[in-house]
Write a protein that binds this ligand. Structure first.
Ligand code: NAP
Length: 429
């Protein structure tokens, strides 16, 4: 059996696990995948100290791997968008097939890279870039290739999901839940891109390119992170029959594609609301088949390595017919005009007539109020407080109108503060 010659760059969490799989499970891979993989060269800037296999050729010059004529498949696992881009583009120009787990690289430079790959007649495997070990890219590229995707909604960042689960179940404040995630190794030392929504938004833009055949364009994704959610919001959501999840959402409406990633109230009866801890899940709605749901580990060295190696096997078998961002009439648009139901939490003066005045502001903007909670708050001596929280669930409204509404509410003497505004996941179809 002819071996496929692999060159791997980056021996960190994922690279280390891929190395281990290729070196220690080669007979299983041969048995199940039907191919032998030969690790020709590993690029690690720390050198041999991070590669525990004496028979592997290690170089500290990663570009050497991208230029190595003995390498058939180039695996990029260094992360980032600058040097990783140089490495990948060099390897493509040298005619190598590519496997990467790098969502940032694809979300930001995916179009350029895929065009170059097309010119050089090579393919790119990127299963590990979204939902780690859960094969959602394969579902879109292959399983659903006969169906027109209308929308997808997913929990794509395990760190955010773990934190929101802790906040919801244990009533732990955000900062403590984040510290716990870091202690358990579920959050990076610098968790900014997980917490502010960037990571999920990058993954959403990759899914949108595949699902709706539009260019990779991270700029077109509107997003916010979970740092805006308080335990208080999760309690109100629960009372109203919802959980709060960070939802990456993509939708095709006529020929327009809208992509976003926001903390979102998800009704208890929707499967995504039940996805807890660090798990990932993606619901894809396609014509002819309806909803399919994919659930599993979204990160971690072993699950991610399993996706990387699955791509190696697929490439060995000839790769994929359906390429992302192939020509279509669909256009990516900023989704500020899309209407969705909303959750609002305000602090208002505790005096008669306030609710009627707030309702009038909603009515003036033609926004319905579907539910409203106002609990009496008493201080220690039993007296009522001067200000009370009011939670409102509204009908569908666009970002533009929300902005106007919030300006009007903020101008009201009776409104002390507009604390929060989140989207509500509305089941489409
Ligand atoms: N970790 C996960 O669960 C997960 C899940 C899905 C996808 N991914 C993706 O997989 C990729 C790798 O992630 P990871 O968690 O394995 O990261 P990591 O542990 O930080 O490993 C990255 C490795 O690449 C090396 N590296 C980084 N920049 C380099 C440069 N400019 N030149 C040479 N070497 C460089 C680092 O070397 P040093 O050790 O010398 O710093 C390190 O060994 C990323 O694209 C990430 O988004 C990760």
């Amino acid at each position: 059996m002819k071996a496929l010659r692999v060159g791997l760059c980056g021996v960190g969490n994922v690279g280390g696990a891929v190395l281990k799989l290729l070196k220690e499970s080669s007979s299983l891979l041969e048995q199940q995948g039907g191919f032998l993989f030969e690790l020709v060269q590993v690029g690690a800037r720390k050198g041999r100290s991070v590669v525990p296999y004496d028979d592997v050729d290690v170089t500290t010059d990663l570009m050497e791997v991208a230029n190595n004529p003995d390498v058939d498949i180039f695996v990029e696992l260094i992360g980032g968008t600058e040097f990783a881009d140089e490495l990948v583009q060099t390897a493509i120009r040298n005619g190598k097939q590519i496997v990467t787990a790098n969502k940032a690289l694809l979300a930001i430079k995916g179009d350029e890279i895929f065009q170059l790959a097309k010119q050089n007649n090579v393919q790119i495997g990127f299963e590990a870039s979204v939902a780690g070990g859960t094969p959602v890219i394969k579902a879109l590229r292959e399983g659903l290739v006969a169906n027109k995707v209308e929308w997808f909604a997913g929990i794509l960042n395990g760190t955010s999901n773990y934190i929101l689960t802790e906040m919801s179940v244990e009533k732990t404040e955000f900062s403590l839940a984040l510290s716990k995630a870091q202690e358990l190794g579920l959050a990076e030392a610098d968790p900014t891109m997980d917490i502010d929504g960037t990571d999920a938004a990058q993954k959403a833009s990759i899914l949108a390119a595949l699902a709706f055949h539009v260019p990779f364009n991270f700029e077109a994704v509107n997003y916010e992170g979970i740092d805006k959610v308080d335990v208080e919001d999760l309690k109100y959501a629960e009372e109203l029959g919802y959980n709060i999840k960070h939802i990456a959402f993509g939708r095709l409406l006529d020929n327009s594609v809208f992509v976003s990633a926001y903390p979102t109230l998800v009704p208890h009866e929707v499967i995504l609301s039940q996805v807890g801890q660090q798990m990932n899940a993606l619901e894809i709605y396609a014509q002819g088949i309806g909803s399919t749901v994919y659930y599993g580990p979204g990160a971690g060295p072993e699950p991610t390595a399993s996706a990387v190696v699955a791509d190696l096997v697929d490439l060995a078998k000839g790769g994929w017919q359906a390429e992302p961002a192939r020509h279509s009439d669909n256009i990516l648009r900023q989704e500020s005009s899309i209407k969705v139901p909303r959750y609002f939490r305000l602090m208002v003066k505790n005096e008669p007539g306030v609710i009627a005045k707030i309702s009038a502001v909603f009515a003036n903007q033609d926004i319905s109020i579907e539910a409203l909670i106002q609990h009496e708050i008493k201080v220690n001596n039993g007296e009522q407080t001067d200000e009370v929280p009011v939670v409102i669930l509204s009908g569908s409204v666009s970002d533009q109108i929300v902005k106007e509404l919030l300006n009007q509410l903020n101008d009201m003497e009776e409104v002390a503060d507009c604390l929060k505004q989140f989207r509500i996941h509305a089941k489409i179809n």
